[in-house]
Design a protein around this ligand. Structure first.
Ligand code: CA
Length: 352
């Protein structure tokens, strides 16, 4: 073997070791982009997040009337856009403006702002101190536009930042006669995300839909993406199901009861629990629950949500103390954060 060839081989072995090492670090997942600093799910928030070097950037997906995958968190436009001013007559009987009732061309007419709560005195910011309401100019965008942004930045900056899309409310979309999971998978496939070699996780709060994706849709499309089961509290009404002609909250309790994680391990690679499910109050202190070690024993990665520098629990003195608890003591495999720069800085320091 020539000296140069062995040098090249040595370097590539080194590069492999580096990659393996990087994978051992807890993952930073930019929750709706750098949403602590710019309006969530805007391309601007994604570009800013990208510069903060997360491992993944999250995309929540909802369908438009003409079957475009819109990157937004709610199935309603009410709390992040000016839809009530632009299309005042288009609310449904329940008072909500549904994304699925608007075409992409109509959605592009809306201005996006920081999330707000509407009250008698007008809108107030959901997170005081974040990007000011009504300033600058932001739009909704499609999954394709966001993938092209991230893939384009992967080319210009040379990092390898992944996608972490979420199929929002598949049961709602089915009731509207739509198959959002199939449309999302086809779009991901068009952009080269077909198997575990690409940097991607696909997540949903809907266990039945994830199983359908795993057993039916992905085999049919010759895809094999890693899946993450998000876990909600039943009371949130994250999934609504019809029982006796009425819509009721889907019962999430089985996921954390005996046999639940084993079932999830049959179709998913990880879980995305609410962070508070991993800890419990014990004599005024915070102690770990069994959920994380049980999941990890079954080979499930654990990526809790949502870590916010401006919402630190009262018992902890700082965001770093919160990260220390979950990364340093509990040993999560990654986390969703509105402040990817701060999580990245902490994890870099912690794993040095
Ligand atoms: Ca999400």
């Amino acid at each position: 073997m020539t000296k140069i060839l062995s040098l090249v081989l040595g370097l590539s072995l080194l590069a492999c070791a580096d990659t393996a090492l990087a994978a051992d670090k807890p993952l930073v997942i930019a929750h709706r982009g750098a949403s602590g600093y710019l309006p969530e799910h805007t391309l601007e928030a994604k570009a800013l997040a990208y510069g903060m070097r997360p491992d993944y950037i999250e995309q929540d997906l909802v369908l438009s009337r003409d079957n475009h995958l819109i990157v937004m968190h709610d199935i309603h436009l009410d709390s992040t856009t000016d839809v009530a001013t632009v299309f005042p007559r288009r609310a449904r009987a329940d008072g909500h403006y549904y994304t699925i009732d608007f075409t992409l061309a109509e959605l592009k007419q809306l201005r996006v702002s920081e999330a707000f709560i509407q009250s008698g005195d007008g809108p107030t910011q959901k997170f005081p101190g974040r990007f000011p309401l009504g300033r600058s100019s932001f739009q909704l965008s499609t999954l394709e536009e966001e993938i092209e942004l991230i893939q384009g930045l992967n080319e210009t900056l040379g990092y390898d930042i992944g996608l972490y899309p979420e199929i929002k409310k598949p049961a709602f979309h089915h009731r509207e006669g739509r198959d959002i999971a199939a449309l999302a998978l086809r779009a991901l496939k068009r952009y080269g995300y077909t198997d575990r070699k690409q940097k991607i996780f696909l997540q949903s709060f809907d266990a039945e839909e994830l199983q359908r994706i795993d057993r039916e849709l992905m085999p049919k499309l010759e895809m094999d993406l890693p899946l993450v089961q998000l876990i909600a509290m039943t009371s949130w009404g994250e999934k609504r199901v019809e029982v006796g002609g009425e819509l009721v909250n889907y019962d999430y309790s089985w996921m954390r009861e005996k046999g639940g994680l084993e079932k999830i391990a049959g179709y998913a690679d990880g879980i995305g629990p609410w962070a508070m499910m991993l800890v419990a109050q014990q004599d005024g202190d915070i102690a770990p629950t069994a959920l994380l070690p049980r999941a990890q024993q079954l080979g499930l990665a654990v990526y809790p949500y949502t870590f916010r520098a401006d919402r630190v629990p009262a018992q902890l003195e700082s965001f770093d103390a919160l990260l220390q608890l979950f990364v340093g003591e509990l040993g999560v495999d990654g986390l969703f954060t509105d402040h990817p720069d701060q999580a990245r800085a902490f994890i870099n320091e912690f794993t040095e």
